[in-house]
Design a protein. Sequence first.
Length: 172
Amino acid sequence: GRKPSGRRAGVSHAARPNVSRHHPLHVTLRMVDGLPSLRAEAIMRRLRGAFEQGKERFGMRLVHYSVQGNHVHCVAEAGGRRALSRGMRGLGIRVARAVNAVFERSGQVLADRYHARALTSPREVRNVLAYVLLNRSRHARHGTTSCDRASSGACFDGWVEPPKLPLAVVEE
């Protein structure tokens, strides 16, 4: 059999696909194991600041986000592969600094490279926007369609009927 490579299973280390300015991207950032939930209000305040500071850098634009317990979903646009790489690196650094500051720790925060998938049709874009902005309601016990406070859903202006916004972030 093959010898283990020592790499964790997860994001492929193969060459990244080409990125076109004509196609938005669904990007996922995974955190290292052992961190507290990213959905606590204290960390969300810092993460919102990180997203605001890094939302338009190096030719990449962060359009929407959703913070989960141990990962972040993003919808982004980039002028090319290099712009996406540089923009996500900068955003990752801001996220890591926010997490380390709030949890009073140091060290690695991101588990691996980001995963990105180009959205090449209007249906894919719609489905990813619904997935990212309503992600928590997909997992809620009550089957609600409320907007997740740990997402940018409140800023989305394309709702046919705006979802209700819960009073507080629900920690995992």
